[in-house]
Design a protein around this ligand. Structure first.
Ligand SMILES: Nc1ncnc2c1ncn2[C@@H]1O[C@H](COP(=O)(O)OP(=O)(O)OP(=O)(O)O)[C@@H](O)[C@H]1O
Ligand SMILES: [Mg+2]
Length: 505
């Protein structure tokens, strides 16, 4: 590595958490005015390394050199004072505060006598405009969709005017259009000399911005390359150690009876009841069928799935599960009937952060372990162990606290939890957020197996490649309506065009 252009250098970093050696002596350099991407499987140690560079965590041993001088960051404030900002993988916003207050939390702009709210509002509005987020600085963060929250998280990091900007999975909840906007901003920043670290499991996307790539595997650096030396195959090979391909859709098989029938479903925007976010939509899913729901962010995919799962109010139409019309059942009752949901927001709806991996996995299926009011711990543990294997969660065991898992491994727990309820239909809302390519293939294989046994699946995604790897049928949503349907042999560009996306290649 040419060390002249390395502005920040992590040297021989070791980090242990109890018995886990998350980093085993890693050297990592951040290049001045360029983008260094960090690749690696779930649990490889990427976030841990970034937390150390931004003062969130302290290394067990090793040193950090900034501009040739050794530094220590005891807190995130220390790192920030040195011009280092981080966008966290797990959203770290306060839901009960406004967008503006989140952006300036802990760094309020003051004027004689107090906080200068007017100036904060002005700066927040300018940042949101740069990011093309059409949300008021006064809006409560808790009312925003995950993708919008992610953009606020980005705005907060940009407001610091850092010289080193770390982005840990900044696009996992963003649609293609928003990713493009972010990439424009990255370009502006690097042109001004800002140095970037970028982490993503959207490998093709990350390749677009990469100047230098580093691959971590099990806490050790396995490869380093400059832009002209690397491609997708290079990344995957160093990440998982073999050639890899997400595969093609499951073989067609005979589908059974309709398991889910959505008829003329209408859902209105709670903020603006004039507007239908789902507009008289009808869709039938049969036993054993995997339907991919493709569309841009805001197309209505989440609202369709939430209506089926019993979240949110429907304004019209009806939903049948195994021929039986759903009424006012609670979410819990729908789960018991056989409707499983992997929600969009794992922090808010998917996981209980104070519980263990095992408890989270079995939380929704607890009924199965009750015999005359007694909980069978043995059965619960057996189920948890099986699920940890099935969805390939990397954790020492079911007792591990969920918060100590890497981001991608937490997402696998959310998927396992929905599978544990033994659903007849499984609804997955952008479930591949942050999971690595190997785990994604495992999850796809698992869903295909379950479909062969009769499970109906609705898989919602904004990544078109995923549709072609998993679905028997691709249904495209646009402005709350189905704009087109395709078989697995369709052309990618046709599917994208039907969503309203501008197809460039
Ligand atoms: N607070 C913690 N306590 C215990 N173990 C932890 C803690 N934080 C991280 N780990 C462990 O350190 C290892 C590396 O985790 P890290 O979050 O850095 O992975 P990652 O590469 O960011 O993965 P992902 O792609 O899933 O985000 C994992 O085995 C994880 O379980
Ligand atoms: Mg991570």
């Amino acid at each position: 590595m040419n060390t002249d252009d390395v502005v920040l250098h992590a040297r021989d970093i070791v980090k242990t958490y109890g018995g886990t050696r998350a980093l085993k002596g890693v050297d990592f350099g951040v290049h001045r005015g360029q983008v260094t991407t960090l690749f690696g499987e779930n649990g490889a140690g990427k976030s841990t390394l970034m937390k150390i560079l931004s003062g969130v965590e302290q290394p067990t041993s090793g040193s950090i050199i900034l501009d040739g001088q050794p530094v220590t960051f005891a807190t995130t404030n220390d790192a920030r004072d040195h011009g280092i900002a981080i966008i966290h993988q797990e959203l770290s916003l306060a839901p009960n505060l406004s967008v503006r207050d989140n952006i300036f939390l802990g760094r309020e702009i003051t004027r004689a006598g107090g906080v200068d709210y007017a100036e904060e509002t002005r700066q927040a509005a300018a940042l949101l405009a740069d990011l093309r987020l059409d949300v008021s600085p006064a809006a409560m963060v808790g009312d925003l969709r995950v993708g919008q929250q992610q953009i606020v998280e980005i705005a907060r990091a940009l407001s610091i005017d850092a010289r080193i900007l770390i982005m840990d999975e900044p696009t996992s909840a963003l649609a293609a259009k928003e990713v493009e906007i972010l990439f424009g901003i990255i370009e502006e920043h690097t042109a001004r000399g800002v140095s970037l670290v970028y982490i993503s499991h959207h490998l093709e996307e990350a390749l677009q911005v990469t100047d230098h790539a580093v691959v971590l595997r099990d806490g050790t650096m396995t490869a380093r390359g400059d832009r002209e030396e690397i491609d997708l195959a290079w990344i995957v090979q160093h990440m998982v150690g073999e050639h890899f391909d997400l595969g093609s859709p499951p073989e067609g098989h005979a589908f059974g009876d309709p398991v889910l029938e959505i008829q003329d479903l209408t859902v209105r925007d709670p903020e603006n009841p004039e507007r239908a976010v789902v507009d008289e939509l009808s869709l039938t899913v049969r036993e054993g069928e995997i339907v991919c729901l493709y569309g841009l962010m805001g197309a209505g995919r989440t609202e369709v799935l939430e209506a089926v799962a019993g979240r949110g109010r429907i304004a019209g139409g009806r939903i049948l599960y195994r021929g039986q019309q759903l009424g006012p059942e609670s979410i819990g009752e729908r789960i018991a009937m056989g409707i499983g949901l992997v929600p969009e927001d794992r922090q808010r709806d998917g996981l209980v952060q104070t519980m263990s991996v095992g408890q989270n996995l079995t939380l929704s299926s607890i009924r199965q372990f009750l015999t005359r009011g007694f909980l069978s711990r043995r059965k619960e543990t057996a189920l948890a162990d099986g699920l940890i294997r099935d969805v390939t969660v990397k954790a020492p065991g079911p007792q591990t606290p969920i918060g100590s898992l890497s981001g991608g491994n937490q997402q696998k727990v959310v998927i396992g939890k929905a599978l544990a309820t033994g659903p007849g239909v499984m609804l997955l809302d952008e479930p591949s957020r942050g999971i690595d390519i190997g785990a994604k293939a495992e999850v796809f294989g698992l869903l295909a197996d379950r479909a062969r046994e009769g499970l109906g699946v609705v898989y919602s995604t904004s990544e078109v490649e995923e549709c072609f790897s998993i679905a028997h049928r691709i249904v495209v949503l646009r402005r709350g309506r189905i704009s087109a349907e395709f078989g697995p042999d369709a052309a990618k560009s046709d599917v994208m065009a039907a969503s309203g996306e501008v197809v460039t290649s």
